[in-house]
Design a protein around this ligand. Structure first.
Ligand code: ADP
Ligand code: MG
Length: 289
């Protein structure tokens, strides 16, 4: 159990999200460095507390190399603190630095990353009966060992309302069309997360978020529902990679592959055992972390 009095702020801001900020702290008794996410209580503080307690029970039992380790949570004044494994950075920042420094992500790197994320989500579904609900590049983390892990599962839809958040101007939707359409769209299945994997990896592979910039939040959601899905083009990427990523981006949820289907695809099988640590370190070295 993490006690607040055992923590030391290392004065380093790892990032800021829609609900709060993430900082680097040290747990003095063990020496463990950790990432602490601080979320302010909303009016629904009691509800949040209950959600977090449920979530903690789930998260504590997690042991998967592709899921960020959860150390514990604290209630501190009017905030919830979520203590987790410290990683180097998230894939949104990573790919931007990679392209900016002329170190483009090769298909073997992308294949390995997709494999890690698929493995994480499949593990959460089968072992913990949890659907992630907020799959996006900023929730995919990397470290210098070349590990790629998912974080923030179960937080949206539990602790915070992710749909309300998409109404924020400037927010990029990774949300599947069926989640946006009409009432009952909260019937969430793994197929919706499969769509989000597709959008995320089209973005990471191309170095650019695949939807155009919208003027209003309404238009951006309309584009997801009515427009063509994003895709990778065969002229830029291998057939195996296009087959894998584009299959995730079918607008009808029932046409998307399951996690075991995806794991069987050539793109994933070819690269699942790649060691990407050298490349990851080269990119991380270009970043001010
Ligand atoms: P979002 O995921 O929407 O960006 P968050 O509040 O979840 O917002 O996280 C803010 C940023 O903090 C992330 O973009 C990521 O770069 C960084 N971050 C989150 N968790 C960790 C972690 N465990 N280790 C290192 N960096 C992290
Ligand atoms: Mg996050």
């Amino acid at each position: 159990k993490v006690d607040f009095r055992d923590l030391l702020l290392l004065n380093s801001n790892l990032g800021r999200g829609a609900y709060g900020q993430v900082e680097k702290w040290q747990h003095i008794p063990s020496g463990t460095l950790m990432a602490v996410k601080r979320i302010p209580f909303t009016v629904n503080g009691t509800e949040q507390k209950r959600s977090l307690t449920d979530l903690s029970i789930i998260m504590r039992s997690v042991s998967c190399p592709f899921v960020v380790t959860f150390y514990g949570s604290l209630f501190r004044e009017s905030e919830i603190w979520i203590c987790m494994e410290l990683m180097s950075t998230s894939l949104d920042k990573f790919y931007k630095s990679a392209y900016a420094n002329n170190l483009p992500l090769k298909e073997k790197v992308l294949g390995k990353m997709v494999y890690c994320i698929l493995s994480a989500l499949y593990f959460l579904k089968t072992e913990l009966k949890v659907i992630h609900r907020d799959v996006k590049p900023s929730n995919m983390l990397v470290n210098r060992q070349g590990a790629v892990k998912i974080c923030d599962f179960g937080i949206s839809g539990n602790l915070v309302d992710s749909y309300a958040n998409t109404k924020d101007a400037g927010c990029k939707p990774y949300m599947a069309p069926e989640r946006i359409e009409g009432p009952g769209s909260d019937q969430y299945t793994t197929a919706s997360d499969v769509w989000s994997i597709g959008v995320s990896f089209v973005e990471i592979a191309k170095g650019k978020y695949p939807y155009s910039r919208w003027t209003t939040p309404f238009e951006m959601l309309k584009e997801v529902v009515d427009g063509e899905p994003p895709h990778l083009s065969h002229s830029d990427f291998s057939n195996e990679m296009c087959d894998c990523i584009n299959s995730c981006l079918q607008k009808r949820a029932e046409n998307r592959p399951s996690y075991p289907d995806l794991m069987q695809m050539t793109f994933i099988k070819n690269y699942k055992n790649e060691d990407i640590s050298d490349y990851v370190c080269r990119v991380l070295d270009t970043m001010q972390l």
